[in-house]
Design a protein around this ligand. Structure first.
Ligand SMILES: [Zn+2]
Length: 276
């Protein structure tokens, strides 16, 4: 049985390799993951056929980019070959091998170059980190690691990379309409304040704050600043007094829409009073 499994695995490896050869991995990479200034030189299987190494070199005449100021800079020397893990192909790991150049930049001094497929000291390529992080939204981190024969730490690293990038590149403006609401969590009276953007065709959670007090909701307006707050045209909330107070202070220009459920409840209360 073990022998049959071994033969089957060998056949599969040969089959996969034939496909990879037929399509030329480098051709695929040039098509899907091309970086001007760099050339995929050659690929080959690792000794145990469990991974493929792709050697990368700078294109002749291309200048290295300084990782400090992101400008081209004259070359200084080369570092030893470094390994970057790319998206696996049919379960076979793919590594880029590249000798990073150091540059002599007049602004930053002698620093290592930046390469388009990698980011700082991350061992995984950007493409692989993005790939893992996308899967980690659908599966647990453990399942993602198992599915792609990688480790939990690498999935965690990938998710952190993507989240950091997202926060650095997040733009809040423009916001025309917001909705504020509270949710209760844990036992007892523990609340969070949630602020959503509810523009037509564009809704997203903008902010979460602890408690449902005036102070906590004010922190949202500190985050967005007075200019953005002054451009808000519609605010939707329930009749919770601290929210009403902050909206009056910070968004006086906006049309304030009160939750219908609360208005009906208040009307019934008033009617009950009259009846009594
Ligand atoms: Zn520089």
């Amino acid at each position: 049985m073990a022998a049959t499994a071994l033969v089957a695995r060998f056949m599969l490896e040969v089959f996969v390799w034939k496909i990879v050869r037929a399509m030329e991995l480098i051709t695929i990479l040039n098509h899907c993951h091309h970086h001007p200034g760099f050339v995929y030189q050659r690929d080959r299987f690792g000794p145990d056929k469990k991974f493929i190494e792709v050697r990368v070199r700078p294109r002749a005449g291309s200048r290295a980019i300084c990782s400090g100021c992101h400008q081209p800079a004259p070359g200084y020397d080369h570092l030893p070959e470094r390994c970057f893990e790319f998206i696996p192909i049919w379960g076979i790991l793919v590594f880029f091998l590249y000798r990073m150049r150091r540059v002599h930049c007049h602004t930053c001094g002698i620093v290592v170059e930046e390469v388009p497929w990698g980011d700082g000291k991350h061992q995984l390529t950007r493409a692989y980190m993005l790939f893992l992080a996308r899967w980690a939204r659908r599966l647990s981190w453990k399942e993602t690691a198992e599915a792609f024969h990688t480790s939990w730490d690498k999935v965690c690293d990938a998710v952190e990379f993507v989240v950091t990038w997202g926060l650095e590149h997040r733009t809040l403006a423009p916001i025309r309409a917001i909705g504020v609401d509270e949710i209760q969590y844990a036992r007892g009276h523990k609340y969070l304040t949630l602020v959503y953007q509810i523009d037509q065709g564009f809704t997203r959670l903008l902010w979460i704050g602890q408690e449902r007090t005036t102070e906590s909701f004010q922190r949202f307006f500190t985050l967005i600043g007075t200019e953005l707050a002054s451009q808000i045209e519609f605010v939707c909330s329930d009749m919770w007094q601290p929210y009403l107070k902050v909206i009056r202070q910070k968004c006086s220009q906006a049309l304030h829409i009160l939750d219908r459920f609360h208005i009906v409840a208040k009307m019934n209360e008033a009617l009950d009073d009259v009846r009594a």
